[in-house]
Design a protein around this ligand. Structure first.
Ligand SMILES: NC(=O)c1ccc[n+]([C@@H]2O[C@H](COP(=O)([O-])OP(=O)(O)OC[C@H]3O[C@@H](n4cnc5c(N)ncnc54)[C@H](OP(=O)(O)O)[C@@H]3O)[C@@H](O)[C@H]2O)c1
Length: 292
């Protein structure tokens, strides 16, 4: 397939590019220097040149705290650029796979969020991502919105890499224990997206909004302990003690959802695709981090 991929330098973008190339897709991968999505007027030229069979939007303004003071840029990238992508996809009759976030929910639920549960973002980032989702739903007919959460990988900035850096340089760490969620390895998400691409090619894609994450629910504190264990197994010399703290002990500019657990059952059923286990993905990333 002739795929136009945005966000090529991001965690998900890099995982997607490697895998899509291996599967023989032709990928036009856009980085910020190819097209700055805060000024998305270039997209029309790119579409007329590339004539994609499919667009995967892995780009996003993801600086959750900074977005509180840079709302204009967050909305330009996460909402306006997505609107432009959706309009162009409709014009070129090209399906759109758009990646979104657990932050579209308010985090006050007590059971995992279903894709059609009421949204209610509490941050600028979450609100801008929800506006992007709405643009996709309103302006395209052949779309997949895939919400994910707590993304980590060997690339970019993420919690696992932060824990690796801190655990190899500090004796003691405190990590928030009253926020629950489901980590997602960007490589597993990329594999799933390419499974969905195969369904699109086969003409059997169940269009709509879905959730995807690895199959474990835990707190950031529990995740930190799991990372420590995986790093030690990967050969890192770590003797850091990790203690639990509350969200109130670690204030951030953007409010974090206390309960950010995505229910992925409809994804498993519609795509016949079980959510991958967290431990093997974490072991892979920790091994790579130790080998660097
Ligand atoms: N990271 C998470 O924990 C998380 C959680 C839930 C959902 N998600 C969603 O998952 C998707 C992938 O996230 P990720 O973790 O791969 O994000 P990431 O590593 O931060 O990558 C974001 C990508 O977007 C690009 N980008 C940002 N602003 C841009 C602009 N103005 N013009 C062009 N490109 C721009 C970045 O380019 P540069 O490299 O030049 O900055 C980068 O390639 C996003 O939709 C995100 O909202 C992420």
């Amino acid at each position: 397939m002739n795929i136009l991929l945005t966000g090529a330098t991001g965690q998900l973008g890099q995982c997607l590019m490697a895998r899509a190339n291996r599967l023989g897709h032709k990928v036009t991968a856009l980085s910020r220097s190819d097209c700055d999505l805060s000024q998305p007027s270039m997209l029309a030229d790119i579409f007329s040149r590339v004539k994609p069979d499919l667009v995967i939007n892995a780009a996003a303004y993801t600086a959750v705290d900074k977005a509180e003071t840079e709302a204009e840029i967050a909305f330009a990238v996460n909402a306006e650029a997505v609107f432009q992508l959706a309009m162009l996809c409709q014009k070129y009759e090209c399906p759109l796979i758009h990646v979104s976030t657990d932050y579209v929910f308010d985090g006050l639920a007590t059971s995992p969020y279903q894709p059609d549960d009421k949204t209610g973002p509490t941050s600028v980032y979450g609100t801008s991502k929800l506006a992007g989702e709405q643009a996709v739903c309103r302006h395209t007919s052949a779309y997949l919105i895939i919400r994910t959460s707590w993304v980590f990988s060997e690339y970019g900035q993420n919690f696992v890499k932060t824990m690796h850096r801190l655990m190899t340089s500090r004796d003691q760490l405190s990590v928030v224990s009253d926020q629950l969620g489901r980590p997602t390895y960007a490589g597993d998400l990329a594999d799933f997206i390419l499974h969905a691409v195969a369904r699109i090619e086969a003409g059997s894609c169940p269009w709509g909004t879905y959730h995807f994450s690895n199959a474990t629910t835990l707190s950031w504190y529990q995740f930190a302990l799991m990372i420590k264990d995986a790093l030690v197994k990967a050969g890192c010399s770590i003797d850091t003690s990790v203690s639990p703290i509350t969200t109130a002990d670690y204030p951030t500019p953007a409010r974090r959802p206390a309960f950010s657990v995505l229910d992925c059952q409809s994804t498993e059923q519609a795509f016949d695709y079980p959510m991958p286990l967290l431990a093997p993905a974490l072991a892979t990333v920790c091994k790579l981090l130790n080998d660097y």
